[in-house]
Design a protein around this ligand. Structure first.
Ligand SMILES: Cc1cc2nc3c(=O)[nH]c(=O)nc-3n(C[C@H](O)[C@H](O)[C@H](O)COP(=O)(O)OP(=O)(O)OC[C@H]3O[C@@H](n4cnc5c(N)ncnc54)[C@H](O)[C@@H]3O)c2cc1C
Length: 392
């Protein structure tokens, strides 16, 4: 793979809107990605292996629980810093960012928000340091966009719960030490349970043959009469709103992350277009290639401003789920379109692992599907502006 020459585009001087702390956090993540992710990520993706050696570094840059308070081992940062860390990691690879998103927003966040003090003390510091890794089980084989239809269930057996069912498409499942599992009780109410590796009847078979997020491990969670101690139920929130609250936080991170992937594709294509000559001139001198590049930087700039404003509202506690849906949908679609155009600018070279673009392009096929599909997020905006749900 080519040496990482990344130079971040900032056409509207977004840096002027960032604090010194934001820039410090962002630059530290950027340097780490250049040093640790870029040199190894292509080979990991080609081999379809999650690069476990990145776990310690991810913890060190604050990617595990950036906004979780320091007393629980988190980095205690604000939402903009969280977003910037996700942007930089996804600039390297969406799969690595997925691991960080799951750990932070789908594992640490529910324990922090819905868990007991004992659960917080037991799990959060180890999750923040990477000593323990987690996954989030919501999707089932027959319930993806409609998680409320889930059939995974638990029964009260007096001194423990008995858990049965299966989850599918679970990031980090093959190596996770714990799983946040969403299941229905005997009354059909959804609750979150912390299921620990080693509990009898709990297995995590790996999903193979993915063409997307190849550097992220994906698997199933299978529960066959798993005895879950009662103290592993997170008591502070139940109902579908509990997992959806986690998804808000993760989707917000994706809105920033997708910008990273887009920036990398744009930067690579711009450099290539200035260097590559055809008909005796750099291909950057042709109007059609300039149109592609000019549209890319325009879309990236709009997405940066959307994410930044959403971050400000998240810091104020005013961002709505529908606003987060809009940013996730817009920014991921923007990134996937840019990846496709950037690949064309590189001609045949664009399909090789010499450059990052094809990997980003394939990764983004998952990113546009998980955490709510492109279509579902549109319907959420539709519901928000009309008051009429069109997806039920
Ligand atoms: C690599 C990867 C990692 C993942 N990681 C996780 C994870 O860690 N944890 C987890 O719980 N899940 C995870 N997922 C699952 C992901 O969230 C689901 O794939 C996603 O929610 C879509 O569900 P589905 O695949 O069942 O598609 P479906 O829900 O079957 O949707 C198929 C198509 O139908 C459309 N559709 C569905 N309903 C409607 C409707 N009412 N109106 C219009 N169109 C509709 C969808 O937009 C989509 O285009 C992951 C998925 C992938 C691919």
């Amino acid at each position: 793979m080519k040496a990482d020459q990344f130079q971040a585009p900032d056409y509207y001087n977004l840096d002027d809107l960032l604090s010194d702390e934001h820039k410090m956090v962002r630059d530290a993540s950027r340097e780490w990605v250049k040093r640790e992710v870029s040199p190894i990520i292509e080979e990991a993706a080609q081999k379809a292996e999650f690069p476990k050696q990145l776990i310690n570094g991810l913890a060190e840059i604050g990617a595990f629980g950036p906004y979780i308070p320091e007393e629980y081992g988190g980095a205690g940062l604000d939402q903009i810093s969280y977003g910037l860390i996700m942007q930089e990691i996804e600039r390297g690879d969406s799969g690595v960012r997925s691991t960080a998103s799951v750990q932070s927003s789908l594992v640490m966040y529910p324990i922090y928000k819905y868990g007991t003090e004992d659960q917080k003390k037991k799990f959060l510091p180890k999750l923040a340091s990477g000593e323990m890794m987690g996954c989030f089980g919501l999707t089932e084989p027959d319930h993806g966009s409609n998680p409320g239809g889930m059939t995974t269930n638990f029964k009260d057996k007096g001194d423990h719960y008995l858990l049965n069912g299966a989850k599918m498409w679970i990031s980090n499942a093959p190596f996770a030490d714990i799983a946040i599992v969403w299941a229905k009780n005997e009354e059909g109410r959804i609750h979150g349970l912390i299921v620990e590796r080693g509990m009898e009847g709990f297995t995590t078979p790996e999903t193979h043959n993915k063409w997307s997020l190849r550097a992220s491990a994906t698997g199933e969670l299978v529960f066959n009469n798993v005895k879950v101690p009662k103290e592993n139920l997170m008591p502070e929130k139940s109902g579908l709103g509990a997992p959806l609250g986690c998804l808000d936080s993760a989707r917000y991170g994706i809105a920033w992350g997708a910008i990273g992937a887009a920036m990398d594709c744009y930067d690579t294509a711009l450099r290539y277009a200035k260097e590559r000559e055809q008909f005796g001139k750099p291909i950057a001198s042709f109007q059609l290639q300039q149109k592609k590049l000019a549209e890319m930087i325009t879309e990236i700039t709009k997405a940066q401003l959307l994410a930044w404003r959403l971050g400000v509202m998240r810091n104020e506690g005013t961002a709505t789920s529908a606003q987060i849906s809009m940013a996730k949908r817009n920014n991921v679609a923007m990134a996937i379109n840019i990846a496709r155009e950037a690949r064309q600018i590189l001609g045949g070279m664009g399909i090789t692992g010499e450059y990052s673009i094809m990997r980003h392009s394939m990764n983004l096929e998952s990113v546009i599907t998980y955490e709510g599909t492109h279509d579902i997020h549109l319907l959420i905006t539709g519901l928000d502006i009309t008051g009429i749900p069109a997806f039920q």
